[in-house]
Design a protein around this ligand. Structure first.
Ligand SMILES: *Cc1c(COP(=O)(O)O)cnc(C)c1O
Length: 375
């Protein structure tokens, strides 16, 4: 059994993926090319945004978003305490402080109340400039944008949606990647939409920001082309080969993968209701189920369940064992007296089970039985 079964997905899509790869080889068009152009148009249309600019990975997408927002020395970038390090790592590289905020107890996403307290604490201290907020759709579950967007508007902050885990999710009728001034995603193989290597994308409705991204991705190129460099940028592009692989995968995601993930999640929810804390998806939302995470009663119970799963050879993971504020790299970041009770509690009790669109009912039964037996 696989935690995320990329081989099963490849078997299902083999003929289209192989044909696309072959056509890239035949055309010998590797950097940029027709598949990249087609993919960007398809991605933008699917998520309902005006522009999509692909790049080399999800971390670069965030770095490009910080560059476009002008994040630098003396700035504060706010993000949830429970996420993957990429959410603010690039901002830290530009000399900004990562100001962590607690998560909500139910969605595990950025808490609007904690965010506003942290913004006010930064303002009260008067040493840093609040600049940007990274809202992470954690585990595939969209953030509460109805509350977060007005806070960013009130304080004049750039809102970045980190949708690395939520491609395909829905929040009140709009797809993930449709929120914030800029949204970013990742095509790392294990993400809901993954390629066969690294890849990422940035989404925006602003013509100006999209043009800036196109320049920043190619060494700050100007109107005169790639040898007319007008700013410092990156070399961050998605290969034609990866775009060729992503196109049939995007079609499968739209046609049936999102639905199948819901079916898998519903079976888990039914099996574990009342026994463990099952995931909460808010009214009017659809999770992309990048992960199916449960909360045990406490760390001891979580570790016991994990040990039982390991004994039976059932794959499992902990996303994430350590909240950001406790990572060695971030220990010196300013905390402003905020406590991270929900993030600490989540990290101490969470574990994740196999979740992907090709998980057979019989395989899932084995997982469920093993967890119930451990309990
Ligand atoms: C995976 C991930 C990223 C980074 O994506 P890469 O393509 O691996 O660089 C950023 N944010 C979150 C929340 C992620 O899960």
């Amino acid at each position: 059994m696989q935690f995320i079964d990329l081989k099963a997905q490849y078997r299902a899509l083999k003929s289209e993926i192989d044909a696309n790869i072959q056509s890239v080889l035949d055309a010998a068009q590797f950097i940029g090319g027709p598949y990249v152009t087609e993919l960007e148009a398809e991605l933008a249309a699917f998520v309902g945004r005006k522009h999509c600019v692909t790049c080399a990975n999800g971390t670069d997408a965030l770095q490009l978003a910080f560059m476009a927002a002008g994040v630098g020395e003396g700035d504060a970038v706010f993000c949830p305490d429970m996420t993957f390090i990429s959410s603010t790592e690039p901002a830290k590289m530009f000399g900004a402080a990562s100001v962590f905020c607690d998560i909500t107890a139910d969605t595990y996403c950025l808490s609007p109340e904690s965010l506003e307290r942290q913004i006010q604490a930064v303002l009260a201290e008067g040493k840093r400039t609040p600049k940007a907020v990274v809202a992470v759709d954690i585990l595939g579950n969209p953030c509460g944008y109805d509350a977060l967007t007005p806070i960013c508007e009130k304080y004049g902050l750039t809102l970045i949606e980190d949708a690395a885990q939520s491609f395909g999710a829905v929040y009140h009728g709009k797809r993930a990647c449709a929120f914030g001034d800029v949204a970013t995603t990742s095509f790392f193989p294990a993400k809901p939409l993954g390629c066969y290597g690294d890849g990422g994308a940035i989404f925006t409705d602003s013509d100006e920001t999209a043009a800036l991204f196109r320049s920043l991705c190619v060494h700050g190129k100007g109107p005169g082309g790639k040898y007319d460099n007008i700013r410092v940028g990156l070399n961050s592009r998605l290969d034609n080969l990866q775009a060729a692989i992503l196109l049939p995968k995007l079609k499968a995601l739209k046609d049936y993968e999102i639905d199948r993930r819901q079916t898998v999640a519903e079976r888990y929810n039914a099996a574990f209701a009342g026994k463990l804390v099952t995931p909460f998806v808010a009214e009017g939302c659809v999770s992309a189920w990048a992960q199916y995470a449960l909360l045990a009663r406490d760390t001891a119970q979580r570790d016991k369940i994990i040990a039982c799963l390991a004994d039976k050879g059932i794959p499992h993971m902990v996303y994430y064992p350590t909240p950001q504020h406790a990572l060695p790299v971030f220990r010196e970041e300013p905390r402003y007296q905020e406590t991270f009770h929900n993030a600490d509690d989540y990290c101490a009790r969470t574990f994740s089970l196999p979740m992907h669109p090709y998980l057979e009912e019989a395989e899932q039964r084995q997982v469920i039985d093993a967890v119930l037996e451990a309990l």
